[in-house]
Design a protein around this ligand. Structure first.
Ligand SMILES: [Cu+2]
Length: 503
């Protein structure tokens, strides 16, 4: 059973939704006063509020490990996922969580352009769910990348997509996208990585063929009475994890070149990664190859974002990968302190560093700066301090029965994304904009031309700023959404529906 709008579901779970959304609001707005009350406040896990367990004591500093890798064969990858609220081993200790197949970072799905993916999802939780393939250029219709579907509790549903032959190679991810429950389902563990194609073989020089690649899914966990929860904008008390391990350790030889493939698969925290004594060379952003390889001191990962970077081992010794102290909105609740993310051991025999390319080989994504613009539209992102539906686009919360935008297939549109600063710490925040199905190019920020370095699927609209983007609605008609990727904001209403129609 997965009716488009699941009419029966609202009645059964409206209390859950209100509880979850209200608490999400408090958390999203950075209300530090909540912090002292977790044990007595309603759980953020909605219908699972009666669940509790012993304290979670994750083991830090373990060697990095990967999620299980599932690879397509003969053009097809069939994956069975089961989600349930159950006791899961997370970084060496048990905690109640709703992951996929007993993990809070599900299996990594590896496909080549042209392959098909068929996911059979057994929903053994007490709440509806669904599945979204973040960043993939695939059909949003029917049983494809369709987040309008509801997979009812106790039901098993199939989702099937075909990766186009000319799809970008890079890092993507999948996660639950059930409106009003997305935040809790993602932080509880309904997520995993997707690798499309061979980034190294397609885009890097031949001498890079054998470099070590690391898949690095970064997110946070928080023990709320033995149940996996999160603390939006309160990074201090959260456990920062990579691939589900608390601040793990990995190594690199002096001079060795590795490809580190970062994804922020958390629900609301931003990471700005830095490694002492090291620099990064960005080769892909949001699963899209860059137009020029750029050198950077930090890797900025708003929620949902992927950045794939080359790193060369520096001086032998122990180095700490941190997320730097950053401000992700004007209010005090939007200050994130510096936290440790991982330990990198530079050890072993020195290696002669490879020459870092300035440009990539292989297919290049379309530059939309000279494209004919068929339509210009404006979207204003705002929040209010109270209410279940507290986050808006153009003054309205999300309504699945409303079509907000109807672009014509194949055309390019220019969108102005505005985030007015209300001056209130409870209603101002930076909003990471994300749209399904198609990538976009950033054209300007606050009126200043932006030197884009490729296409992307996440861009932060800073509080008090406006960002102009262009996107081509290529290949696929049908309904999909755009939203803020701070998931409590999405659940709170900051989402709209696009319906691409034949021209
Ligand atoms: Cu937001």
């Amino acid at each position: 059973m997965n009716g488009r709008h699941g009419s029966g579901y609202e009645l059964r779970t409206s209390t859950t939704m209100r509880t979850a959304a209200a608490l999400s609001l408090a958390l999203a707005l950075g209300l530090a006063s909540c912090a002292g009350n977790e044990s007595s406040s309603p759980t953020t896990t909605g219908s699972t509020s009666t669940t509790s367990g012993p304290p979670w004591t994750p083991v830090a500093d373990q060697p990095l490990a990967d999620a299980p890798l599932l690879t397509a064969t003969d053009g097809m990858l069939e994956v069975d996922l089961r989600t349930a609220m159950e006791s899961i081993d997370v970084s060496g200790a048990q905690i109640q969580a709703m992951g996929y197949n007993g993990m809070i970072n599900g299996p990594t799905l590896a496909l080549a352009p042209g392959d098909k993916l068929r996911v059979t999802l057994d929903n053994a939780t007490k709440e509806p769910t669904n599945i979204h393939y973040h960043g993939l250029h695939v059909s949003p219709s029917g049983d494809g990348d369709n987040v309008m579907r509801h997979f009812d509790p106790g039901s098993t549903n199939v989702s099937e997509i075909t990766i186009p032959d000319d799809h970008d190679t890079g890092l993507f991810w999948y996660h639950a996208h059930m409106h009003a429950l997305t935040d809790q389902q993602v932080y509880s563990g309904m997520r995993g990585l997707i690798v499309i194609g061979d980034l190294v073989g397609t885009h890097l020089p031949p001498e890079y063929a054998d470099i070590t690649e690391r898949l690095l899914a970064v997110n946070d966990g928080y023990d709320q009475g033995g149940v996996m929860a999160d603390k939006a904008n309160a990074m201090t008390d959260a456990t920062i994890m990579v691939n589900g391990l608390a601040t793990p350790t990995w190594d690199i030889a002096p001079g060795e070149t590795q490809l580190w493939r970062f994804a922020n698969t958390g629900s609301d925290l931003f990471y700005q990664l830095a490694l002492d004594g090291h620099r990064f060379w960005i080769v892909a952003e949001d699963g899209s190859p860059v137009w020029r390889v750029t050198e950077a001191d930090t890797v900025f990962l708003p929620p949902g974002k992927r950045m794939e970077v080359l790193v060369q081992g520096g001086a032998p010794g122990t180095h700490t990968l941190v997320s730097q102290a950053i401000q992700v909105g004007p209010g005090s609740g939007n200050a994130q302190p510096e936290v440790k993310v991982a330990t990198v051991e530079v050890a072993g025999d020195p290696v002669t560093p490879l020459a870092v390319p300035t440009e990539l080989r292989g297919p290049r994504t379309e530059d939309l700066s000279t494209a004919e613009v068929a339509e210009r539209r404006e979207f204003v992102f705002t929040m209010q301090a109270t209410g279940t539906e507290f986050a808006f686009i153009n003054g309205e919360p999300f309504d699945p029965d409303r079509i907000d935008v109807e672009p014509k297939l194949g055309t390019v549109e220019e969108w102005v994304l505005k985030n007015p600063d209300t001056g209130e710490s409870t209603t101002s925040a930076d909003h990471p904009f994300h749209i399904h199905v198609n990538d976009f190019q950033v054209m300007s920020i606050d009126g200043k031309p932006y030197e884009a370095n490729g296409l992307q699927d996440i861009v932060v609209i800073p509080s008090g700023s406006e960002v102009v983007i262009r996107q081509r609605f290529a290949d696929f008609t049908g309904e999909f959404v755009f939203h803020c990727h701070i998931l409590p904001h999405e659940d709170g209403g900051m989402m709209q529906t696009v319906n691409v129609v034949e021209g």
